[in-house]
Design a protein around this ligand. Structure first.
Ligand code: HEC
Ligand code: HEC
Length: 368
């Protein structure tokens, strides 16, 4: 046997880009301020799956599904004979590796699709915005996380398999995926490197990366770029004027209507202050609250706030709702006392889109 080419260039490029996209999506998934990076990695992974499906039909010899996807009997027989000295020589993917590949492609596809539903339903962004409710987005968010764990397990099994095969066969499989070559007979070689396809793939991926991150290159300290700022929340000039004198004007979607109506009933004793509002002002404020309160608008934070309250609860403070407490539970007491923060009610200190009522993940920075 000699060293011959097994993996064409697009297959290798796909492999490492796909691995990088999955790792990036995994580590950025839980960190609200890296949502943009998470989405970039998710779109990239989804696009790569689609590419791989095409390449699995039209690609090189060992990239084709028809070459390496085998039935359960072959997979079981492969595993049963795993530790035997004399095994059939397999230059491409082995039957167990093929199972991992199919599972990874399927799981990442499902992660991409559920991710788009979460983005559209919960945040109102992306190609599926408007097609799903917040409630549906929240449900799929749970599935999305389970799919992520399932993918982690398959990836770990894949890594164990690669390590085991490399030792058992005394063949460095990861290095083959970089160089493309492996020990095999001359007639088993992959004849085409398909470099042109690889260049196109690389150009499309870099073009996507540049267009995605371009706004960050232009941001400055005064005007940081926030990709997910809520755009079209209804505002009201009467509300804005009456409620922004002592603190920022909280958008009505932050509390249920019953809270706002109670607050306006008690306007003469608003946390110790008399608001001295005229009856017609109160009437206008009641109307705006009634149409924009949590429950009236399709927003994740409204939905979650409402669902964290029992029917009998009518909190006057946003900071008293179980949802608010749960998303801020990791912030310690010292942070709230920082001069730049100045208390829990001062949302705009950390949420740079609070004045617009946004509270989107990408616009959150805790000041030092
Ligand atoms: C005269 C000053 C003043 C005006 C005007 C005012 N507020 Fe307040 N508001 C306060 C004070 C003081 C607090 C309590 C802040 C604290 O100590 O936490 C408060 C707290 C709140 C809170 C609770 C914030 C939290 O901790 O979750 C809400 C909600 C609120 N105000 C809504 C309104 C609305 C709606 C209007 C307009 C109708 C309004 N406020 C106008 C003084 C004012
Ligand atoms: C000290 C900074 C700070 C202040 C002040 C603050 N928050 Fe937050 N908020 C955070 C952080 C940090 C998170 C993200 C928590 C996480 O998920 O990791 C967050 C998350 C949220 C979220 C969830 C966003 C999402 O989509 O996951 C909402 C809604 C929210 N805050 C509303 C408010 C409101 C309303 C106020 C004012 C009454 C407020 N916050 C005041 C730091 C702050």
């Amino acid at each position: 046997m000699s060293t011959v080419r097994i993996w064409d260039l697009p297959t290798r490029l796909f492999h490492w880009l796909f691995a990088a996209a999955c790792v990036t999506a995994w580590v950025s998934g839980d960190e609200p301020r890296y949502t943009d990076l998470h989405l970039f990695a998710g779109y990239l992974a989804l696009g790569l799956v689609l590419f791989r499906l095409v390449w699995g039909v039209m690609g090189g010899r060992y990239a084709r599904f028809s070459q390496f996807v085998r039935g359960p009997a072959v997979v079981l027989s492969h595993l049963r004979h795993l530790f035997e000295r004399e095994r059939p020589h397999e230059p491409g993917h082995n039957p167990a590796g093929a199972v991992a590949i199919v599972l990874m492609l399927g799981l990442v596809f499902a992660l991409g699709v559920t991710g788009l539903v979460v983005l559209g339903g919960e945040e109102g962004f992306g190609p599926l915005a408007g097609f799903f409710t917040v409630a549906q987005g929240v449900t799929l968010h749970g599935w999305h996380e389970w799919l992520g764990w399932a993918l982690l397990i398959v990836v770990l099994l894949h890594l164990v398999g690669v390590a085991l095969e490399s030792v058992l066969q005394r063949r460095n499989l990861p290095r083959s995926m970089v160089s493309g070559t492996a020990p095999a007979n001359k007639d088993e070689a992959e004849p085409h490197n398909a470099a042109a396809t690889a260049v196109v793939l690389l150009l499309v991926v870099s073009g996507f990366a540049v267009s995605w991150f371009y706004p960050y290159l232009q941001e400055d300290k005064e005007d940081p770029y926030h990709p997910f700022v809520a755009g079209d929340l209804k505002r009201n000039p009467v509300w804005q004027e009456a409620c922004s004198e002592c603190h920022m004007a909280y958008h009505p979607s932050l509390l249920p209507d019953r809270s706002w109506q109670r607050m306006l009933d008690e306007q003469a004793d608003h946390f110790g202050e008399d608001l001295f509002l005229l009856p017609e002002t109160v009437a206008a404020l009641r109307r705006f609250a009634a149409e924009s309160a949590a429950g009236q608008v399709e927003r994740e934070l409204s939905w979650r706030t409402l669902h964290s309250l029992s029917a009998g609860q009518t909190p006057l403070r946003i900071t008293d709702t179980p949802y608010w407490k749960s998303v801020h539970r990791e912030i310690d007491a010292g942070t709230w006392k920082r001069p730049a923060v100045n208390g829990e009610f001062n949302c705009a200190a950390c949420h740079q889109d609070a004045e617009q009522g946004g509270f989107m993940n990408g616009a959150m920075r805790i000041p030092e």
